[in-house]
Ligand binder design. Structure first.
Ligand SMILES: Cc1cc2nc3c(=O)[nH]c(=O)nc-3n(C[C@H](O)[C@H](O)[C@H](O)COP(=O)(O)O)c2cc1C
Length: 203
């Protein structure tokens, strides 16, 4: 697969996660080795990865995820083009505990306070590139994943469950990982770059 194909066809995988096939620790670690090649502010490398494979623990995380997902939806009227994504989001919420590996991505430190554009950019921007590197590396190996955050409404409860020191570490995302079931991945539905790009001045 070319670099361009990998970059343009790595999608959020939910229904095509193979829930019956385990994921090897070696594969996860190889992909995390690629994840940690991502940039971070002052090369701080604040990322930490907690991989959950234990069934009971996944069940409990899934319970929080479902509550967070339902709360995100409540009161929202989805656009017609969002209905497919919502159904696939619902599928993931219902099957999260069956996904072989849940990779909880954390950053050392709590959210910067007071928040500012600079501090938030540095905080999240020092971890999310690694998350995306991870997802790309997974896909290059025939594994599928989806960046999720719906569980973060219950960050404190999940920290307690997993033994994460809440006062010192912030959870920023969770990436369910499984082998990919057959199917095709094309370019995502996106507004062309030319329509969202300006030159020299905001117009
Ligand atoms: C910051 C962020 C948070 C997201 N949170 C969730 C989530 O909680 N659950 C989910 O199913 N997808 C989540 N997604 C995935 C998006 O829904 C998805 O990237 C978007 O719809 C585009 O689809 P694609 O990735 O297949 O191109 C999240 C993506 C990002 C970047």
């Amino acid at each position: 697969m070319s670099g361009t194909e990998l970059l343009t066809t790595t999608r959020s995988i939910r229904r095509r996660l193979d829930l019956s096939r385990p994921v090897e620790r070696r594969d996860l670690l190889e992909c995390l080795d690629i994840a940690v090649q991502a940039p971070s502010g002052s090369n701080r490398q604040p990322w930490r990865f907690l991989i959950v494979q234990d069934g009971d623990t996944k069940e409990r995380i899934a319970g929080y995820y479902r509550k967070g997902f339902a709360a995100n939806l409540s009161g929202r009227t989805p656009r017609p083009d969002q209905l497919g994504d919502l159904a696939s989001g619902q599928y993931l919420a219902e099957h999260l505990a069956e996904v072989p590996a849940l990779v909880v991505v954390c950053s050392l430190g709590r959210l910067p306070e007071p928040a500012s554009a600079l501090r938030l950019a540095s905080f999240y921007g020092s971890v999310y590139p690694a998350v995306w590197n991870f997802m790309l590396a997974l896909r290059a190996r025939g594994l599928g994943s989806c960046l999720t955050t719906a569980h973060l409404a219950y960050e404190r409860e999940i920290a307690e469950l997993l033994g994460i020191p809440f006062d010192e570490v912030t959870q920023v995302a969770m990436v369910p990982v499984a082998h990919l079931l057959p199917g095709s991945d094309g370019p995502g539905r996106r507004v062309p770059a030319a329509e969202v790009t300006m030159w020299d001045r905001w117009v």
